[in-house]
Design a protein around this ligand. Structure first.
Ligand code: GUN
Length: 281
């Protein structure tokens, strides 16, 4: 089983070590800094933010957690973002999602300075991702591409099926794969005959947010499976793939936890470092 696993834990450690070394070598300048803005007290967000801050500490990146009241108005939140946009010592700003319903996520993503857009969620960054001219990539798709390249999974000409069409995973990932000359099919949970569409793929990427959606009916023996799911079921963390059922039926697979999750954090911090470099060129 071990040689079928694509370990995000392992690759993220390598990436974070590389970043740590680069940051260690900064001697004549201030260090890169990320500010993580949180509105309210979402439990999952608390956990993700804790991991992000811990990773920053490990690699010597400066970080600040700006935790704002659940009832902050959109105008007040925009004011906070403007302050961070104008702060020369801040390289990356992320606003942890989900936001409370009274705040328009799209307006927030459009307000973060594109030169500080560490999540890569702004329309401007996403447009550049589509055009293949961006240096910043949404962290989860960025991490998935790195995992595939690390394992020498051929992308050129590959049939890739993505289940999930979100703005932060499915859509940017499809564009990034198209730019690598893959043939991409974007599905969702309503796609007709989903299992049969998936089954024909060389690479199946599932970001549907439905626990154990992917059974043995969705896979084939030569397939690489990337599980983006992060579902909590009966107090246990599990992916969108029924791992125990498909492990013997596929070529390569990411585990949950220890697959895409740690890569997202490493890639986010790589984005911050790259934004810092751009600013200090
Ligand atoms: N919520 C879940 N994933 C993410 C992410 O990658 N960035 C932000 N800002 N919020 C999230």
């Amino acid at each position: 089983m071990e040689n079928k696993l694509i370990s995000g834990t392992q690759l993220s450690k390598i990436l974070l070590e590389n970043l740590k070394e680069k940051i260690n070598n900064i001697t004549n300048n201030r260090l890169p800094k990320i500010v993580i803005v949180q509105v309210g007290d979402n439990l999952a967000s608390n956990k993700y933010i804790k991991h992000k801050l811990k990773s920053c500490e490990k690699i010597g990146m400066l970080s600040e957690h700006l935790k704002l009241d659940q009832n902050i108005t959109q105008e007040e939140l925009l004011e906070e973002i403007h302050k961070l946009n104008n702060d020369n010592k801040v390289d990356g700003v992320i606003v942890q999602l989900p936001l409370p319903n009274h705040i328009d996520t799209q307006v927030i993503n459009e307000t973060i300075d594109v030169n500080k857009d560490a999540d890569g969620f702004s329309p401007s960054t996403l447009g550049k991702v589509m055009l293949n001219t961006s240096k910043i990539f949404p962290a989860t798709p960025f991490g998935i591409l790195k995992l595939l390249e690390w394992k020498n999974v051929e992308l050129m000409g590959a049939n890739v099926v993505i289940i999930g069409r979100s703005n932060i995973v499915g859509k940017p990932l499809a564009n990034m794969l198209i730019n690598k000359s893959a043939t991409v099919t974007i599905c969702n949970t309503k796609t007709k005959d989903l299992a049969n569409v998936a089954k024909k793929a060389d690479i199946l990427i599932c970001a549907a947010g439905v626990a154990k959606l992917i059974t043995k009916d969705f896979v084939n023996k030569d397939m690489t499976v990337i599980d983006v799911g992060a579902n909590f079921v009966d107090g246990k963390y599990c992916g969108d793939v029924d791992f125990d059922q498909v492990i013997d039926q596929v070529k390569l697979i990411t585990p949950v936890p220890g697959g895409v999750g740690p890569m997202t954090i490493a890639c986010l911090l790589e984005n911050v470092y790259n934004l810092y470099l751009e600013k200090n060129k």
